[in-house]
Design a binder for this molecule. Structure first.
Ligand SMILES: NC(=O)c1ccc[n+]([C@@H]2O[C@H](COP(=O)([O-])OP(=O)(O)OC[C@H]3O[C@@H](n4cnc5c(N)ncnc54)[C@H](O)[C@@H]3O)[C@@H](O)[C@H]2O)c1
Length: 253
């Protein structure tokens, strides 16, 4: 019987109702963690928690809007109340937007993206860092390939995802002395509802992009989940402040 990586650990995840977050919530539970599955779509979060429980795991589904500090605080409190501690946290919630030029982008679109993809990560980090186990706590922020290289027509997404890497390094530096690790993963193009929605007007283009990539295919959400789980676990105990690009398709970029 292989040893589970997260036995007796308690984890939270944002954006856990879909795509990479859903796969990560399930992978955390498969490795033995009790998981507070959160999403702004509360029904989706509850459905993922129910699936985990049906498979024999421990989970709680909960509506959390990461743009609200009170929700971030409530997520952390739920982990402590329901399962007794907080050991791992994955900040995955995100939104996409249609490509737009700098000159056509309106302030509302900029503010919405920054609120979810950057301020949301900050608010969750703030409350997770205050409560997470020390030593031994581990936090994973989900950035993007756009955290390193620009996503065309996405100045707000690119800026937010670069910002997540800055937050990750800053938190890692500030909390390494307390035994808390903070890392980021930077997914390449991953087959999720968000990506499908992004290419809604041109599904043939998505197939072409995937086919022509060095890998010949998109990533699976489970391939992102595996890296997040490893970073949450003690198997990565000497890794912090890192931003791991998980992107076979972009390998030759
Ligand atoms: N799919 C990709 O190709 C890809 C590539 C790079 C990075 N990412 C990043 O991975 C993360 C997950 O993306 P995905 O592709 O799984 O998308 P997804 O749309 O399948 O899942 C995102 C989830 O976030 C939730 N969400 C949105 N706003 C929220 C808010 N304010 N509060 C809480 N939850 C909220 C949504 O309801 C949804 O369930 C995002 O941060 C995204 O930027 C995705």
């Amino acid at each position: 019987m292989p040893e589970h990586m997260l036995t007796n650990k308690v984890a939270t995840i944002t954006g856990g109702g879909s795509g990479i977050g859903e796969a990560t919530a399930k992978a955390l539970a498969q490795e033995g963690a009790s998981v507070v599955v959160t999403d702004i779509n509360g029904d989706a979060a509850s459905a993922v928690a129910d699936a985990i429980k049906s498979a024999g795991g421990n989970a709680l589904g909960m509506r959390v809007d990461v743009t609200l500090e009170s929700d971030a605080a409530a997520m952390v409190a739920a982990a402590q109340r329901e399962f007794g501690s907080l050991d791992c946290a994955v900040n995955c919630a995100g939104v996409s937007d249609a490509p737009v030029s700098f000159t056509d982008m309106n302030l509302a679109a900029w503010n919405r993206m920054l609120a979810v993809a950057l301020t949301g990560v900050f608010l969750c980090l703030k409350h997770e860092l205050a409560a997470i186990s020390r030593p031994g706590g581990s936090i994973v922020n989900v950035s993007s390939g756009a955290g390193f290289t620009p996503a065309p027509g996405q100045p707000h997404y690119t800026a937010a995802k670069h910002g997540v890497l800055g937050l990750t390094k800053c938190a890692a530096r500030d909390y390494v002395g307390e035994g808390i690790r903070v890392n980021a993963i930077c997914p390449g193009m991953t087959d999720t509802p968000m990506l499908r929605e992004h290419f809604e007007q041109a599904p043939d283009l998505l197939e072409k992009v995937a086919h022509n990539a060095p890998s010949g295919r998109l990533a699976l959400p489970e391939e992102m989940a595996d890296i997040a789980v490893w970073l949450c676990s003690d198997r990565s105990s000497y890794v912090s402040g890192e931003s791991i690009i998980v992107d076979l398709a972009g390998l030759c970029r």
